[in-house]
Design a protein around this ligand. Structure first.
Ligand SMILES: [Zn+2]
Length: 354
């Protein structure tokens, strides 16, 4: 009988709950990742003390490394320190920057990586991509997908609310990224991976339809699982296509031209809403706008402190951030005057929805 299936690399363990950091030793042992706790634990500067206090009693043979900055240099530096002895795995505990540094260093050393997320700002917690800064520019680097993904809801709850809400924008942007992928199939014959699309879409649909908010564990769990699904979607097809289209091109452009404007997820959500308007998809526009508004996420350039002219500049620059990616922005190839006009129409459409 022919084997008509494909094998997919996924994490061995996924655990979203309260108290996960304190239980790390047991999770590593149960998942057969490290029986004796011989792991390199990577933490960021902010939460290092609290995390070490929680894990030290049960992870006595672990070495702790503190990293700062989310840069390629920090990741290379960590990679060379990991040569000191043999480890069963690298465990990154923290927000996106710490996890990305740990992911990259682990991949370079050929070690499995355990992602322990203490915030839900973007879909990097389970993705095969590390976003690192080098020479002041943020780049995306392909890495191995984490061997385990753990989200500690106690840490998420105590983190900055605005930071975590960004993750909602990142997951909701999948809807726009998938529409761009479909467009690329129609116009350029680019193949769409149905499994990746399904994982990515279900994550976004679940969040759009969920009535809860960040004070509700059930909603935060769906957000965490949505971010993990988005990461798996990228791993399934080997590209960020299912979670990144024109929405992310706009985000990368704002990051490049006006650094520090807002978080990855906040800008991805805003970019996705604008791209959805450009597609003329009024049903999706209404759904996504309501979701972003419900969670107090930006929908207009002024919500992130950008003038209309600055946003137009970013939209014009956006296609150059991912030259090989065909999205609604490349499809329309708008002039600055056309972008200005469409942005004015967009602002009108959003205010009509409220
Ligand atoms: Zn993203």
């Amino acid at each position: 009988m022919p084997l008509l299936a494909r094998t997919i690399m996924t994490p061995l363990a996924i655990d979203v709950r309260r108290g996960a950091v304190a239980d790390l030793a047991a999770i590593l042992a149960d998942g057969r990742i490290s029986a004796g706790g011989d792991v390199a634990v990577v933490v960021g500067p902010g939460q290092a003390e609290k995390i070490v206090e929680l894990i030290r009693p049960t992870l006595r043979s672990a070495d702790i490394f503190t990293v700062t900055g989310g840069t390629l240099e920090a990741a290379d530096d960590l990679g060379s320190k990991l040569r000191a002895r043999s480890y069963d795995a690298v465990v990154g505990i923290g927000g996106g920057k710490t996890i990305d540094v740990a992911k990259y260093a682990a991949t370079r050393r050929g070690l499995p990586m355990v992602s322990v997320a203490t915030s839900l700002a973007n879909d990097g917690i389970a993705s095969p991509v590390a976003s690192l800064i080098t020479g002041g520019i943020k780049g995306s680097y392909g890495v191995h997908i984490p061997i385990a993904v753990i989200v500690d809801l106690d840490f998420v709850e105590s983190g900055p609310d605005r930071y975590n809400r960004g993750g909602i924008g990142d997951v909701v942007s999948n809807i726009s990224a998938l529409a761009d992928w479909e467009l690329a199939r129609e116009v350029r014959g680019e193949p769409v991976d149905g499994l990746a699309a399904s994982l990515s879409r279900m994550a976004a649909e679940a969040l759009i339809c969920h009535p809860g908010d960040m004070s509700d564990d059930a909603f935060v769990t769906v957000l965490a699982e949505g971010l993990i699904s988005s990461g798996l979607a990228m791993a399934v097809c080997g590209t960020s296509r299912p979670s990144s289209g024109g929405c992310h091109e706009i985000m990368h452009a704002i990051d490049a031209i006006f650094p520090g404007t807002a978080s990855h997820g906040e800008l991805a959500g805003l970019g996705a809403l604008f791209c959805t308007f450009l597609r003329g998809d009024t049903v999706r526009l209404r759904q996504m706008s309501a979701c972003l508004a419900r969670h107090d996420l930006p929908r207009l350039p002024s919500d992130v402190g950008l003038s209309d002219e600055q946003f137009v500049e970013a939209v014009q620059f956006a296609p150059t951030t991912r030259p090989d990616r065909y999205t609604i922005l490349e499809h329309l190839a708008m002039s600055p005057a056309q972008t200005r006009q469409r942005l004015a129409d967009y602002a009108g459409a959003i205010s009509d929805l409220d």
